[in-house]
Write a protein that binds this ligand. Structure first.
Ligand code: KG4
Ligand code: ZN
Length: 338
């Protein structure tokens, strides 16, 4: 059995490695953030990201192995994110994983980053029951996924413009808060009034075939227009009201989707799932609806390699190893059931 998996994640601006046993027991999870190197540019610079991954990956893997307590020859397989993400960054992780798999003579498994986010909750909730609905909210994606079985997904809805995290980052940049915006807005919103400004809730009342889709670009424009018209407005009130609008839409749509498909549980994943207001409202909504809420710890919501190792373990069970000529796929999509 290939149970001890070394996971590697380099799709964006975190260099991460982790050792996970049977997709459940996290023996180590090391994340080296490059935020400081990108912050002055207000966003991730792909060239800087690839170079930083090259520098950081070897020590990060070494640390993950040491902390796991396993020797090199006790690792059964190596999993790496092969997409979606920045091509140069992905290539660093995929190449390292294939090299280690060759040297150690163990299987290599290519992992879809989005599938990794879906599996983050499983690391902390071993008795998680399928089917369930997952709200996946990250910097690049906003999706409602019906997870029918392991590896079997149906996309209920997704964003038609900006991803939720992208909206946080753009609004934070406009407000001059810095990068990445999500955590900064989260913090500032605690000092503001979420009801101060009635920002629009994009697509919240749709009841047609697009009812599970999201749109955040109108909200972003509304924030910009409001601040232009009211230059003296409290930035904390803007942050809190903006966050309230995003959370309201996400939670309303997630619980509707769960009701519609009869899911017994709702699960949260992706970087935006680290948001305090979203976590609170999500748990409260599930309690009200009598369904289980699965909310991973913050460290498992944002990019990490433990979730990649976990998803890799499941992929290995279902599909076996990936060929060693697997490359990086920047626009890789979630594999959907027909
Ligand atoms: O999943 P992730 O780490 O990377 C991607 O796969 O995109 O998500 C990063 C996104 C960024 O947009 C960041 O601003 C957002 O997650 N984020 C948050 C919070 N922490 C991270 N958004 C809102 N509140 C937070 N506390
Ligand atoms: Zn991610």
């Amino acid at each position: 059995m290939s149970d001890r998996i070394l996971g590697i994640e380099t799709s964006c601006d975190e260099t991460a490695a982790a050792v996970v046993v049977r997709a459940q027991q996290v023996r180590s999870s090391v994340v080296a953030s490059q935020i400081d190197q990108h912050a002055r540019y207000g966003g991730v610079v792909p060239e800087i990201a690839s170079r930083a991954h090259v520098e950081m990956l070897t020590p990060v893997i070494a640390q993950a192995l040491v902390e796991s307590g396993f020797a090199d020859d006790e690792i059964d397989a190596v999993a790496a994110t092969s997409g979606p993400g920045l091509v140069g960054s992905l290539l660093v992780g995929v190449s390292a994983a294939k090299a280690l798999a060759l040297v150690w003579d163990v299987p290599f498994v290519a992992v879809n980053h989005l599938e990794g986010h879906l599996y983050a909750a499983f690391l902390e909730e071993p008795d998680l029951d399928l089917p369930l609905v997952v709200l996946l909210v990250s910097g690049g994606h906003t999706m409602l996924v019906h997870m029918q079985d392991h590896g079997r997904y149906r996309l209920l809805g997704s964003t038609i413009d900006d991803a939720a995290g992208e909206a946080f980052d753009k609004v934070a940049r406009y407000l001059g808060l810095g990068y990445p915006g999500g955590p900064l807005i989260d913090k500032l919103a605690k000092d503001g009034d979420p009801q101060a400004i009635a920002f629009p809730r994009g697509m919240i009342d749709r009841d047609d075939e697009r009812r599970h889709d999201f749109s955040f670009s109108g909200l972003k424009t509304a924030v910009v227009n409001h601040v232009r018209r009211h230059p003296d407005v409290s930035t904390a009130d803007v942050a809190a009201s903006f966050q309230e609008a995003v959370v309201d839409v996400l939670v309303t749509k997630a619980r509707r989707a769960a009701q519609e498909v009869g899911a017994k549980g709702l699960c949260l994943g992706g970087g935006v799932a680290a948001n305090s207001a979203l976590r609170e409202r999500f748990v409260a909504a599930c309690a009200e609806d009598g369904i289980r809420a699965f909310v991973p710890s913050r460290a498992m919501c944002t990019d990490n390699a433990a979730m990649i190792a976990a998803a890799g373990w499941w992929r290995l069970q279902s599909d076996g190893p990936s060929p060693l000529d697997t490359g990086a796929t920047p626009n890789l999509r979630l594999p959907l059931a027909g």
